[in-house]
Design a protein around this ligand. Structure first.
Ligand code: TMP
Ligand code: ASP
Length: 236
């Protein structure tokens, strides 16, 4: 399958048309941003890690009943995916308090939540992706009630599946962000990526952060952390 014209360039990926109107090619970049694009940098090899890790995890989720946009990995950085209309929500799933939740509620990072927490943010860079609740989502018609129910159910199921998967690799799944899309027939599928850019991963043995917080917080060892996650994900 060949890339035709570029349709879109985001902060971490480019998207190309193909000869099939229902399929796109995603190309992962090494560019890294944080804080709504205010901080910029490069993480060498990130595109390869995020492409390969995302595809491996999406295939695992598909095999366990979660529909995804994944079609076929073309090479280290490029993947064929179903064309979807993205539901304009970032779904954040949290098991352990960290990042913005720890700050907002005055919790120490690492505090376990007594129940899984789901949060939604409206995807709009100009507004800084504001947090919204179910009422906003329905009133603004970002998703229908039926879609939102499915998105929440899939997100909690994905949390169970990924939590188990990473525990076996000696990694604690602290929190992560998901995006969903509608295919041409309106089916809701998991889209975007699942990678160290979009998850918090802490090593069980040492507590070391193995994700994009190393870039966000200038902790060093960013590339090593991304490679360590890829190595562990492909060990099983
Ligand atoms: P937060 O604690 O900064 O709200 O982040 C929660 C999770 O969502 C964390 O795993 C990182 C991920 N995330 C993204 O994937 N994209 C974003 O733009 C933000 C802010 C967070
Ligand atoms: N990549 C996101 C941005 O630049 C934020 C993040 O992942 O921290 O807005």
């Amino acid at each position: 399958m060949e890339k035709l014209q570029q349709l879109y360039e985001g902060k971490a990926k480019k998207v190309f048309a193909t000869e099939n109107p229902d399929l796109l090619i995603v190309s992962y970049k090494d560019d890294a941003t944080a804080f709504n694009g205010e901080k910029k940098g490069t993480i060498i090899g990130k595109g390869v890690v995020n492409n390969r890790v995302t595809n491996h995890l999406m295939q695992y989720l598909e095999a366990n009943g979660i529909p995804t946009h994944f079609v076929e990995e073309l090479n280290d950085r490029e993947t064929v995916v179903k064309r979807v209309q993205i539901v304009p929500l970032e779904v954040i799933v949290r098991n352990i308090a960290a990042g913005s939740l720890a700050k907002r509620l005055g919790l120490e990072e690492g505090t376990p939540m007594k129940r899984t927490v789901l949060e939604y943010c409206y995807k709009d860079d100009a507004l800084g992706d504001p947090m919204v609740n179910e009422y906003h989502i329905l009133a603004m018609e970002y998703a229908t009630e039926e879609e939102l129910k499915l998105i929440a159910d899939y997100s909690l199921r994905i949390n169970e599946l990924l939590g188990k998967y990473f525990a076996e690799l000696g990694v604690r799944l602290i929190d992560f962000k998901l995006e969903f899309g509608r295919t041409s027939d309106g089916t809701i599928v998991l889209a975007d990526e699942i990678s160290p850019d979009t998850c918090r991963f802490w090593d069980v043995a040492t507590g070391m952060k193995l994700d994009k917080d190393r870039f966000r917080r200038d902790l060093g060892g960013v590339e090593d952390a991304y490679n360590e996650i890829m190595k562990r994900v492909f060990s099983k």
